[in-house]
Each structure stands twice: as C-alpha cells, then as structure tokens.
Design a protein around this ligand. Structure first.
Ligand code: PEP
Ligand code: MG
Length: 583
C-alpha cells in the first residue's frame, strides 16, 4: 500500500479501479485467471509478444532504409527486450502462480523495470524508461484488442489518474463512470480544479510523479477531502474509507439544508451569496442549494470540447436556461475567457506557438481581436436579458482604454439589434472583473466607467505574486493571504464603496470559509461561490457579526507575513464555524 499526497480540490471519497490515462489510455483488467484458463492466457501473452516483436522488426527495417543503421539499432534493443526470456518468465509466473491476467501481469513487470531504470541515477537510462512504457502500450494494445476501454467509452466505474487533464478533457468526463480523478500536475485554483468542483467529482491535483507506480485496474482510494491517494489499499484501510465515504455523503445531504433562507449576520447585515457556474445545467443545482443569483457564469465552457464555433442561438439557449432558472434574481454573464489553459478545440492552432499563455492573447483580448465572435455572444446576451435580470461582465480588463473599447462594441451591438428590430434589453449593467493588478491599482478611475466590479482573486493572486495558478511547483508562492493581495482587494472594495458601486468577489477566495470573515470585515457584502459551498458560506455568515469581522480585518492589517495571516484566520474560523458544520 502506498500513500501519495496532493492538493485537495474537490471534496468526497472515491474507491475503485485505476484508469491510468496518458500512459495507456485504456483500462487494464485485473481479473484473476482461473486455473483451467492459465495455459490459454499464457498462450495469449506469447501471441501478443510475437505481434509486438513483428511490429518492432518492421519499424527496424523501415528505419534502416530511411535513416540508416545506427537509428535502426534502437529498435534492435527493443526487440531484445521483448524476447528476453527472463522478462517473459516473470510475467508468466504472475499468470501461472498469482493468477493475474496477462494484461495486468505484463504491465506490473514492465513498469517495475521502467522504474528501476529511472532510479539508477543515469540520465540516459532514465530516458530508456520511456521506451519501456512504449512497449507496455504496444503489448496492451495487442492483448486487449477490440476489448480495450477508452476514456470516452467507459462502461464501468473508474478513478482516472493522469499526468494532467486540460479543462476541456475535464469538462468531457463522464460523471456516471468517473468516480474521481488525480493528476500529477495542477494547482488549487486551476480551471481543471474548478471544473472538478462543478462536476462534483472528488479530485486531487499536483500529486507529483506517481503514474509509474500504478497499473490500470489496481484498486485506489482517492480522498478529495484530505488530498490523499492510496494505491493498493489493504482491507482495513478499505473498510475505514468505505465508512468515511458514507459519512461524507450523508453530511453533504444535511449541509444542503443550510442553504435555505437568507444569510444575515448576527448584527443584522444581509449578505448576498451567489453561485459560480460553468454549465447552464448547474443553474438549477445552484438555486436548490440556496444561491441568491449567479455571480459568475463562465461562458467559455460552451466552447470547450466543441469542434467549431458556437452560433448565436447556442449562446442564447444557454443564457436563457440560466436566466429562466433565476427569474428576477441577478445573473452575471461573463464574456469569453478563452486562451491560457482554456483553449477551445477549434482555436488550438492559434496557441501552439505561445510560450506564456497566461500573459498572452487571452480573454477580453481574444474578444477584441475576433470581433465577430464577441458580437455574436453579446447579441445573445442582450436578447436573453429581456427575460430576467442579466448583467454582462468583461474578464481580464487591464486598462481603461480596453474597457472603453469593449463597451463600444457592446453599444454597436445594441444599435445593430435596434436597427434589425430584434427584441433585446440595452439597459443591462456592464461590469468588469478586477483580476489584473493594473485594474486593482486603477480601481478609483475604473469606478467612473463601469456599472459594477467583480474581483477575480484566482487570477489576481497569480498576477500579483507571479505564481502560475496551475503549477504545483509554485503552489507555495500562490497565496491568497499575502498582504499584497489583501491590499489590492481592499483597494477595490474601498473604491467601490466611495463610488457606491456594486462589488462582489467571485474568485475561489470567497468559497473558502477561512477568508469570508476577513472579506466581510473589509466591507464586502456580495460573494459569489462554488455551488457546493453556498450552504456552508451562508451558515458561516449567520454565525458572525460585522463588528467581529471588522476587528478581525484590523488585526490582519497589522500582520506582514502571509503565513501569520493564514494561521490567524484559521484559528478565528474555528470560533465561527464549529466542526459539526464543516463538510
Ligand atoms: C478569477 O480569476 O478569480 C476568476 C473568477 O476567473 P477564472 O477562475 O475563470 O479565471
Ligand atoms: Mg480569471
């Protein structure tokens, strides 16, 4: 049994067979082989090995012809490896004596070899490990033949383990069969992490190297509460986690009830708790959990996984669905925030050469570059806005000129719709996300231009502290408690207060109970959080007074270390939110 740790990004516990993606892309059955079938299975192994050998020989001949003998010799080494009697004997033994399937036995043996090579401390040999994974892949392809199960065609429940999952791959996960996922890469507020929460799939990211330690089909426990991945658990651990899983499920059900009713502090201040969504289908779940509206609808997920462009009608239908669900309650629709890691299939070629996508053509910059795309979306928003209380919001605004430019396009679209006599609502509030430090610095000036602010702490933290939000290697630098981040958030809240402008925080910081008293103490009255956290955040608000929050904020301003601020906030949270209320 091995225990690995990562960053917990979506709560819950999953127990099941591993589906190792990226290395084999299909699932390896661990089924045991009955005694009568052992000979047949061993024959199947030999047949598959022979086919792999034939493939390698064909490649060797091809390489010799086109590239020369020295390149062909690489394949010669591969051939020797698949014909190595010692290797074959080890696999055979696992089939005959341990009754493992040939797929599982060969995967285990080959991976052990690969790992040994990786740990010999020699760069050349470590790189040869990749060749062994390649061989494993070929062998499995032949062994599994038609039966191989791909991620897109799952028929049974699995836990997906991958080097990394892009937001579009995550968005495409089949919730019925994918019980959880863990990735070697990823950070706490990466879009993949946010999506895991939206899909309500227990997940951990940033685990570091672990894929070579596991074969498909092996049982794993994924603990999305504590950020733990347990490979090959013993019976006692399995039993313990089955209980934790049950308890978590019943607690989650009980927690939902806390969403009912308003969130009013003990000194009578009403706090609006809205929800963040990525898919229109989430609107209903958000409402059921007690959200006062939608504070952030990330519309780019309409594009992810889509092959081509989305029509005005596609946009319109999606927005209507959300607006209709919330009636008179506010629905804040953010225009496309593609680029960086959220790249729609159809635009991949544009980004292939980009060395630093987080600082590249992203978000509002894409909309202003591809005006037709932008106008299509704005038309749909303005049309859907006739049916409820919609607001439009531009992401990643970094200068006043940029906001004016976007607003101008908005006005042009209103005029077009007017001329075409198409029903629309030109009076909807037009706001911006404050998620680039330049925008926070200029908040007072922006306040004269916009109808509302929404602070995107996920990006604000990464750009303020120069720490990629999805890179686990710099996770320790990515810190919402840093005084510089708090300074900027406060600055925006003060600018909004002075200009009597609505302001919300829609970054993950407001979904984290630890930060909520501080944000309220700084003057925030509107939070937009993940659907799952709506009930707990509402309950927290009901347990505190604004006076206490203001005192707490004053104490934080005195501290100059992120670590001290975090320790202080954690301690305070225990006072406001007893353990029994925590998920
Ligand atoms: C943010 O940056 O805080 C935000 C809410 O936007 P996203 O996470 O989609 O970048
Ligand atoms: Mg953002």
């Amino acid at each position: 049994m091995q225990v690995r740790h990562g960053i917990a990004v979506s709560p819950g516990v999953a127990i099941g067979p591993a589906f190792v993606l990226g290395v084999e892309d299909f699932r390896i059955p661990k089924d045991s082989v009955s005694i009568d079938a052992v000979n047949v299975e061993v024959e199947r192994l030999h047949a598959a090995l022979e086919k792999v050998a034939q493939e390698i020989s064909a490649n060797e001949a091809l390489a010799a012809k086109h590239l020369g003998k020295e390149y062909a010799s690489i394949f010669g080494a591969h051939l020797q490896f698949v014909r190595d009697p010692k290797l074959i004997e080890q696999i055979e033994r696992r089939i005959r004596e341990d009754h493992e399937s040939p797929e599982h036995a060969s995967s285990q043996v080959l991976r052990r070899y690969a790992k040994e090579l990786q740990h010999l401390g020699d760069q050349y040999l470590a790189e040869r490990a990749a060749d062994i994974f390649d061989l494993e892949r070929s062998l499995l392809r032949h062994l599994l033949g038609e039966q191989r199960e791909e991620l897109s065609h799952l028929t049974t429940e699995v836990i997906v383990l991958a080097y990394n999952l892009t937001p579009s791959e995550t968005a495409g996960l089949n919730r019925k069969f994918v019980q959880g996922f863990a990735t070697e890469k990823g950070g706490s507020t990466s879009h993949t992490a946010i999506l895991a929460g939206a899909l309500e799939i227990p997940a951990i990211v940033g685990v570091g190297d672990f894929l070579t330690d596991i074969s498909g089909g092996e049982t794993v426990i994924l603990d999305g509460n504590e950020g733990r991945l347990i490979i090959g658990p013993d019976e006692k651990t399995l039993e313990k986690y089955r209980l934790i899983k049950e308890r978590f499920q019943s607690k989650s059900q009980a927690l939902r009830k806390l969403g009912v009713g308003q969130a009013i502090t003990t000194d009578g201040v009403s706090i609006e708790v809205c929800g963040n969504i990525e898919f229109p289908e989430e609107a209903i779940q958000c409402k059921e959990r007690g959200a006062d509206g939608i504070g952030l609808y990330r519309t780019e997920f309409l594009y992810l996984g889509a092959m081509g462009e989305r029509s005005e009608e596609d946009h319109y239908q999606a927005y209507r669905k959300v607006i209709d669900t919330f009636g008179e309650r506010p629905v804040t629709i953010r225009t496309l925030d593609v680029g960086a890691d959220k790249i729609p299939g159809a635009m991949k070629h544009v980004y292939n050469e980009v060395s630093n996508p987080e600082l590249g053509l992203r978000s509002i910059r894409v909309s202003l570059e591809y005006l037709e795309l932008f106008k299509t979306q704005l038309r749909a928003i303005l049309r859907a806005a006739v049916f409820g209380n919609a607001r439009v919001m531009f992401p990643l605004i970094s200068s006043i000129g940029e906001f004016r430019q976007a607003r101008m396009v908005f006005r042009d679209v209103c005029e077009d719709l007017e001329e075409q006599k198409i029903e629309h609502n030109p009076h909807i509030p037009v706001g911006m996300m404050v998620e680039v430090p330049s925008a926070a610095i200029m908040a007072e000036e922006f306040a004269h231009e916009v109808d509302f602010f929404s602070i995107g702490t996920n990006d604000l933290i990464q750009y303020t502290l120069a720490a990629d939000r999805s890179d686990p290697m710099v996770a320790k630098y990515y810190n919402g408690s840093d005084p510089s981040v708090l300074f900027l958030v406060r600055r925006v809240l003060f600018a909004a207060r002075d200009a009597k402008l609505p302001v919300a925080v829609c970054g993950q910081m407001s979904s984290n109970p630890m930060f909520v008293p501080l944000l309220l103490g700084m003057g925030l009255r509107n939070l937009s959080v993940t659907p799952q956290s709506v009930p707990i955040i509402k309950q927290l608000v009901r347990n505190i007074s604004i006076t206490e929050c203001e005192e707490l904020a004053q104490k934080c301003y005195q501290l100059d270390l992120a670590r001290d601020i975090e320790t202080f906030l954690r301690g305070e949270l225990k006072r406001f939110l007893p353990d029994r209320d925590l998920p």
